[in-house]
Ligand binder design. Structure first.
Ligand SMILES: Nc1nc2c(ncn2[C@@H]2O[C@H](COP(=O)(O)OP(=O)(O)OP(=O)(O)O)[C@@H](O)[C@H]2O)c(=O)[nH]1
Ligand SMILES: [Mg+2]
Length: 623
């Protein structure tokens, strides 16, 4: 007889390795990192046990209790209690513990027991605990808790074998036990009592080594130092941006010459005409101009993923708490804001770890100001074309410095906006004190970094292949039709729809120094930022006519003034050019109003910043 699907849920304190376990069991590649609050939504996966039982397992956000104080904790609570709509109550809860730090997990487990769900306590990260000399009397612990206990090493091959065997054993006799749910929200006093009980059990069953781990403490003495720590943080960011330019260059040139060769090939093999123009000007120079930025994206992510896995990110959050607090931001906002450097969408979702609604809203409103990776192609294109690649003070690459400045401008303006929000809207309100558990440092795992980079690169290429490609088709079409009358001498594009539209909008953008070609590129650029780069590539390639298409950067350098280029950079720090981000803001705030507010304030800032930059630059002679 086929047994019904067994439903498992992974519950545990943040950063205890639930997602690692989920990935190990199901072969998925969900995001794992060494800081609390990585997972903010439920994810279901499937696997088959050694005895052939079909299992559905749900990975949940980490939580310290079932009180559900923030949106991510509510997801976990509702799921465990079976309150989530359309969900089945889990048949078996796997309570996942970081074996080096059992206090809070045991308290959570005692609370979970009141829900009446069958449970297993999984002592994960047992490798680290053993290395540190922590020993656990597993049998006694199981007896004291009244729950089966098993050890696991989620990140090692075969590290979950015991857990799988135990799951089979327990699931075979599950149905027999009737369950009664006596859970209700614990009062603070009850939580304290539960903690005392947990501490007693731990004292009985766990023995700590005589000499505790000091490596983490020694590193923290430097990186958490109020002055030294900030210097370390600045140095790390600085090296990162220098690397983006220095290391990526050869690879980018390689990709660029590949696309050039492809363009030449199309040019040489196809007869002149619409198809040739579509492939060469629309597809290859458009989509290709975005794909060449892949090396830079990879380098930035290499740094971010290494730091995340090492355990540095939570420290950076701690360091920034004072500065952020001054701007009215909660320390918890740091990691969402940091994720926004990759992309505002996961960043905005990561705000679910913030329990206070107002703190969360402020963070959502400013997250799109962080420099997401879609801005990298625009920034690097303009910087490479207009900023000389020379060293200042002998060792600092000027291009890297400008890039650093653009990131800094994004961060600074986010802090200012947050300060203003607090000042005008939330005056009477002091953010709650910052509490974030600092994880122990770990040697970054190459495999998870490789997977992380692969996922990001795939996402970037997928966007190039879908959003950007379709926008390119549109731009190419607008720029190619209607075709010029016979005998016309001006560039063909001057007769096209794109020119008509661009020239209609251009007067609005003239005060900030944008020409009609930029206006054309900015319209599809509202869908996604990189589209503007590709659109400029196509517009200028078509305008260039028969001459071999030059690289887009070289074209810009001859067609734009420095003032226009700087104004464009300023525009990109602020402009709300991402339809998906706006959609996520609407979803996470549940309100069209906040989406409209974000859009308008960013657009106004972009216009003002560009206006200022352009006019100052012109006044200084860069017009
Ligand atoms: N050495 C070792 N490292 C582990 C083990 N399990 C997880 N890790 C590491 O611990 C860190 C946290 O793992 P995650 O799986 O993201 O933890 P999580 O419980 O899902 O965290 P949240 O989603 O934030 O609640 C990562 O750096 C993992 O590589 C283990 O058994 N041994
Ligand atoms: Mg997780």
């Amino acid at each position: 007889m086929e047994l019904p699907l067994l439903h498992l849920a992974l519950v545990g304190t943040p950063n205890s390795g639930k997602t690692s376990l989920f990935n190990a069991l199901t072969g998925s590649r969900q995001k794992v990192a060494n800081y609390p609050g990585v997972t903010v939504e439920r994810k279901e996966g499937f696997f088959v046990t050694p005895l052939g039982r079909q299992v559905s397992v749900v990975d949940l956000p980490g939580t310290y209790s079932l009180r559900g104080r923030s949106p991510d904790e509510e997801i976990t609570r509702d799921f465990v209690l079976g309150k989530a709509s359309g969900e089945t109550v889990p048949d078996l809860v796997l309570c996942v513990a970081d074996s080096t730090n059992l206090r809070l997990t045991i308290r959570l487990l005692l609370e979970l027991k009141r829900t009446g769900r069958p449970m297993i306590l999984v002592l994960n990260m047992f490798d680290i605990a053993s290395r540190r000399g922590i020993t656990v009397d597993v049998e006694r612990l199981a007896k004291e808790l009244g729950v089966p206990v098993v050890t696991s090493i989620a990140v090692r091959k075969g590290g979950t074998a015991d857990l799988l065997a135990l799951t089979d054993e327990i699931s075979a006799k599950l149905a027999a036990e009737p369950q009664d749910n006596s859970w209700r929200a614990l009062s603070v006093a009850e939580l304290r009592a539960t903690q005392r009980e947990a501490d007693r059990i731990i004292a009985d069953c766990v023995s700590l080594p005589a000499r505790p781990d000091t490596l983490t403490a020694r590193i923290d003495a430097v990186v958490l130092h109020p002055v030294g720590g900030l210097i370390v943080l600045a140095a790390i960011l600085f090296v990162m941006f220098q690397a983006v330019f220095a290391w990526a260059q050869p690879l980018m040139e390689l990709l660029q010459s590949g696309f050039d060769a492809l363009g030449e090939l199309v040019h040489a093999t196809l007869p002149a005409g619409l198809l040739q123009s579509f492939l060469q000007n629309g597809v290859i120079s458009g989509v290709g101009s975005v794909i060449v930025f892949l090396p830079q994206i990879i380098i930035i992510f290499l740094f971010i993923l290494l730091l995340e896995d090492f355990g540095y990110m939570a420290r950076a959050a701690f360091l920034m708490d004072r500065i952020m607090g001054g701007a009215g931001l909660h320390g918890r906002a740091f990691i969402p804001l940091l994720s926004s450097f990759a992309c505002a969408i996961p960043g905005i979702m990561a705000t679910r770890v913030i329990d206070n609604k107002r703190d969360r809203l402020t963070t959502i409103l400013i997250a799109p100001l962080m420099t997401c990776s879609a801005r990298i192609p625009v920034y690097t294109l303009i910087i490479s074309a207009f900023i000389p690649a020379r060293d200042v003070w002998g060792f600092i690459n000027l291009q890297g410095l400008v890039m650093f400045g653009l990131y800094a401008a994004g961060i600074t303006s986010a802090l200012i906006v947050s300060f203003l929000i607090k000042f005008f809207m939330l005056r009477d309100y002091a953010p709650a004190p910052f509490m974030l558990e600092l994880p122990d440092y770990k040697v970054p795992r190459l495999k998870s970094i490789a997977i992380g980079i692969f996922t990001r690169a795939k996402m970037f290429l997928q966007r190039a292949g879908t959003t950007i490609f379709s926008m390119m088709v549109l731009i190419w079409f607008l720029a190619s039709f209607p075709q010029p009358p016979a005998g016309a001498t001006e560039p063909a594009i001057d007769f096209s729809l794109a020119a008509i539209i661009g020239k209609a909008i251009a007067p609005l953008l003239a005060p900030v120094g944008f020409n009609w070609q930029i206006a054309v590129a900015l319209i599809p650029g509202m869908a996604a930022r990189e589209v503007a780069v590709a659109a400029l590539g196509t517009v200028y390639a078509i305008e260039g006519g028969k001459e071999a298409a030059e690289q887009i950067g070289q074209v810009l350098a001859t067609k734009w003034s420095l003032a226009t280029a700087l104004s464009m950079l300023a525009w990109y720090i602020f402009a709300p050019q991402c339809a998906s981000t706006l959609a996520v803001i609407r979803r996470e705030t549940g309100s069209w109003t906040w989406m409209a507010v974000t859009f308008s304030y960013m657009l106004m800032l972009a216009y003002a910043a560009s206006l200022l930059t352009y006019n100052v630059a012109v006044a200084l002679g860069a017009g």
